[in-house]
Structures are given as C-alpha cells and as structure tokens.
Write a protein that binds this ligand. Sequence first.
Ligand SMILES: Nc1nc2c(ncn2[C@@H]2O[C@H](COP(=O)(O)OP(=O)(O)OP(=O)(O)O)[C@@H](O)[C@H]2O)c(=O)[nH]1
Length: 412
Amino acid sequence: MPRDPLIGIVGKPSSGKSTTLNSLTDADAKVGAFPFTTIEPNRATGYLQVDCACSRFGKESLCKPNYGWCKNGRRFVPIMLLDVAGLVPGASQGLGLGNQFLDDLRQSDALIHVVDVSGTTDSNGKATRGYDPLQDIEWLQDEIRLWIEGNLHKRWGSIVRKHTATKASIVDTIQLQFGGYGAGRKLIDEALRNIKDLPPLEKWDNEWITRVVRSFMQVKFPTVLALNKIDHPDADKNVSKIMLRYPETKTVLTSAITEVLLRKLAKQKFIQYEEGTEFVDTYEDLGDDCGLKPLDEKLAQRIETIRDLVLYRFGSTGVVQVLQAAVGVLDLIPVYTVRNITTFTGNSGTNVFRDCVLLKRGTPVGSVARYIMGEVTIAVIEGVGGKRISEDDLIDSGKNDILSFKIVAQSN
Ligand SMILES: Nc1nc2c(ncn2[C@@H]2O[C@H](COP(=O)(O)OP(=O)(O)OP(=O)(O)O)[C@@H](O)[C@H]2O)c(=O)[nH]1
C-alpha cells in the first residue's frame, strides 16, 4: 500500500528553507487536523491548491472537506512537508550534521531545493556578496550522489560476487542495494531503463556506477528548484544563469519572506490577499466597508515596494506554485471518494466531496480502493453518472477521479 506523499525541503543553511516551510504551512483557522500517524518536529502540513471537483458541478457552496478547506471551488489539500536540515558541502563525509539529513532524505518522494539566488550567502550559509548560486545546485546533487555511491562502493566486491553466483537480474541486485532508500522494483527498473547501453553489472566501473546512481536520483528524488530571494537586486542575473544551465529542471521563482509577510498582514486585517496570486488590496483600494484597517505611511510604502519588486514583476511570491510544481513532478492528482455517486455526499448530510487524496496519475482504480480502505473485497466501483468502473481502469485528471466503492460485507 503506498503511503501519503512527502515533499522534502532541502537547501544550504540560510537559503530560506524555514521561511519557505512557514509560508506554506501557516494554515487557516478553519483547517481540521490531518491524520498523519507520526508528527515529528521537522514535519509540517502544507496546503496544495487545486481546482476542486465541486466546481465541475456547481456545488461550491456545499463543499466542506474533512481535511483542508475549499473556497469558491479552489481546494486546499493537505500534504506533508519535511524540513531536511543539515545539508552542507561535505555532509556525506560527516560534516555539519553528517549523515542525519540522509535519513530524512530517504523518506522524501520529491525535493524542493531552496536556492538563495541573491548571492548573499556562501555555500555554508555565511553572509557574503556576489556568491554564484550555481555552485549550490551542483554540490547539493553531488552530496546526495556521493552518499549513495559511497554505500555501493563499500560493498561492491561482494555485490558483484553474489550477483554472479545467484545469476540474479540487475534489477534484483540493485533493488537489494537501493531498497533502503525507499525505492521499489518499478522505480529501479525505470532508472535502469533510462540508461543507454548499460553493460552487465560485473562490467560496471566507477563511471557506470555514477551513471546508475544519477539515473536513480532522477527518479527517486525528482527535484524542483525554488529560486528564492527574488526580491533582492542581484537575483535577476543569477536566475538567468541557472535557467540557462538547467533548462530541463523545473524552476520556480520565489520570495518566501514576502509570502510570510503578506499572510501576516492579511491575518492582522491590514490587507486582503489571495494566496498564490498578485492580488493585494488595502483599505485605500476597497474603502470604508471592507473591514480592513487603514495603513500608516510606512506600511503603505512597504506594500507598494512588494507590488513593484515581486507581485507585478513575477505574478506572485511563487511559494504556492513551488508546491504545485513538486506535486507536478510526482504526477499526483486529486482523487475524490464519495458514498453517494449521484449527490457526491458522504454518509450523512448535504456536504459534498468530503474526501480527497493525492495519487499518481495512472494508478488502477482497484489500488485506489486498497490504498484508502486496506485489503477489502470490492463489489462495485461507480464513477460519475453511476457508470460502472473496472478495478483495472486508471485514474486521470477529470477521468475516474470521482469514485464510489461498494465493499463486500465481511462475515462475522
Ligand atoms: N530577501 C529575502 N530574504 C529571505 C527570503 N527568504 C528568507 N530570507 C531570509 O534569509 C534568512 C535565512 O532564512 P531561513 O528561512 O532561516 O533559512 P534556512 O534555510 O531555514 O536556514 P537554516 O535554518 O540555517 O538551515 C533569514 O534572514 C530570512 O529572513 C526571501 O525571499 N527574500
């Protein structure tokens, strides 16, 4: 049974990891508790914004999720985030917090790498000017790779001997080695298939091992770059450099500090702010009955600067989008399970689409049932319009993503 997705936030000290995490997890008072089994100090619930199924049927006013919330058809789905602290150059050799970060890392399904593009902090997070953040992307990937490679090299002789003696397949042998990183057979098979002309395992030299590890990292730790501190004047040139160097990597421009400030001002009723957008309104914009407090001159100037430097230039602070991008690289989509496929309600009451889970596009509908309910015998699966759906049908956005399961009752 797959577990709930977990997004790891990585980056050097002072790149803005905590600020990014805070800006994503500062939940609304309406939010219900989320049933994650273990809540650890470095984990927090973020909220992914999606278009809710209720908006497809004009049922926005009846939508009341069990977890997260829905506002005018825009749903905020809880998702677990993990602050992976302690990644510094040399961490795989024990520097900084040493290998502690690696345990966090292995639990992550995708990574958000927060990169300080202002160039005002060096690779260890110390204040400087004109630092080239391209280096951070390189050393961070290298640290992860060296950690995995180091573990392989330690045992390589016996790995090859056993592989040859048991005539095992490469996938089986590598799965035995990479299983500890939380990688299943399918994922390892994909990583190996992505490598051209892969020779038999006993012929792998250091270069081939590096290639295998790189390919494994791409599927096990798909990464989104959060190019943070875009509000800084030196950010522009660094952003262009990174985008040119990594055209294939998903990048999102962020100003986490601006998001934290806007959410705080909204809570204090100084502004109206729609998270993830460029729209900020003040008392001066909306007039007497808006319920906002008037701004003093200093605060008004601050909002103007935020609009000019971040919101109007980049369209948003980017943090909402960075979470969407991380979920996007995992190809997760929201799937809604309902009791009543005609009204979309749960057991009782009139509220619709109470339950929503994030699952990989292309998951068979039968696996969705088992993911939610455990090992059960399914009598019937229905989709929109009461249409019968087979266990082998696959979920996709807008297709087989609203489901009702009828279970065979257990005897005794
Ligand atoms: N200008 C600017 N500063 C930011 C931004 N995000 C974070 N900062 C500042 O950068 C500094 C470091 O931010 P943190 O969020 O503590 O960084 P961190 O990566 O969690 O650092 P460690 O806890 O040391 O690992 C703080 O002074 C933040 O206020 C941003 O978007 N723009």
